[in-house]
Design a protein. Structure first.
Length: 312
């Protein structure tokens, strides 16, 4: 018998797999978050799960870590919207308030027997290996592994969401920022005096390498989906080419009978709301869409090559 694979891409599974009815209810707490934070929490959970799989962590820890990631930002429901949704840089005072979402979320988990096992998600996801993180300023040896994993997923999705990428083209720039976070700070860096352990950067480089694999998977999936659409466009262009041939023959025909014959041929091939009058515009739109998608595919392949060249 084939072993059924668990699909963590499915958000329903992420919320309900192997959980009690009480736990399913508790995870609905995400629905009280603003749309952006809820979507971010789902993205971070998915990324965390897939990073765990590439780290070859066991299933139980992967499920545990994924739920921790789902809950990592639940404390944000008590952060003022004026701070959460502020488009510009936070003031020092606002940043201090924002940082409390970690301890608020931790307390929320501790106060609920169903959520208590996953309190590490909210508490540790902003800790840094070199001690420059918050809320406790822990160093690598004191930061649970799940916190280190969630930090990578959280930083990546936060930057990607802020930049509002509509495809994975240009994603390498985001990964380069994360690579910088793995580097050891040197004298002269403004955070250097805050570093407790100068052997480490802020982020775990081994975990980041696994994120690269996840990103490549996503780009390849986007290529596959775009290729499917390109095939559809090719079929439509074939139909458009035939219509255009009829159009050219109709325009070149001398007799009205011939013109009508080719006109009817065009009408037979038109579908939906397409009209003879609108055909030239529709034809150009299909050709432009095909050209654009082909360019996207080429750019995505280039992006994979760039990601593969990155070094941590």
């Amino acid at each position: 018998m084939l072993k059924k694979e668990f699909d963590f891409y499915n958000n329903t599974n992420l919320k309900s797999y192997n959980l009690s009815e009480s736990m399913r209810y508790q995870l609905n707490i995400l629905d009280s978050l603003d749309v952006f934070t809820r979507k971010h929490s789902e993205n971070v959970a998915s990324l965390t799960c897939r990073i765990c799989e590439y780290l070859h962590l066991n299933r139980a820890f992967t499920e545990y870590c994924t739920i921790c990631a789902y809950l990592h930002d639940i404390g944000k429901q008590f952060i003022p919207q004026s701070i959460l949704q502020k488009p510009g840089k936070l003031t020092d005072e606002e940043y201090e308030i924002m940082k409390t979402h970690t301890t608020i979320g931790y307390k929320m988990c501790l106060d609920d027997s169903e959520l208590r096992p996953y309190a590490a998600g909210p508490l540790y996801h902003h800790e840094a290996l070199n001690g420059t993180g918050y809320p406790q300023g822990l160093v690598k040896k004191d930061i649970p592994y799940e916190g280190q994993i969630i930090r990578v997923a959280d930083e990546y999705d936060a930057i990607v969401s802020k930049r509002q990428y509509k495809s994975h083209v240009g994603i390498t720039d985001t990964l380069k920022i994360l690579i910088e976070n793995t580097k050891v700070l040197k004298p002269g860096d403004k955070l250097y005096p805050l570093v407790k352990d100068h052997r480490y950067g802020r982020t775990n480089g081994d975990i980041l390498k696994k994120l690269f694999k996840v990103v490549i998977d996503d780009i390849e999936y986007e290529i596959s989906s775009t290729l499917d659409y390109v095939e559809t466009l090719k079929g439509e262009l074939k139909r458009m080419d035939q219509i255009d041939k009829y159009k050219q023959k109709m325009e070149a025909a001398k007799s009205e009978k011939k013109k009508k014959y080719y006109l009817e041929g065009m009408k037979v091939l038109l579908i939906g709301s397409e009209t003879v009058e609108e055909f030239p515009k529709i034809y150009e739109e299909y050709k432009e869409a095909y050209k654009n998608r082909k360019n996207i595919i080429n750019n995505l392949y280039d992006e994979i090559a760039k990601v593969k060249k990155l070094r941590v």
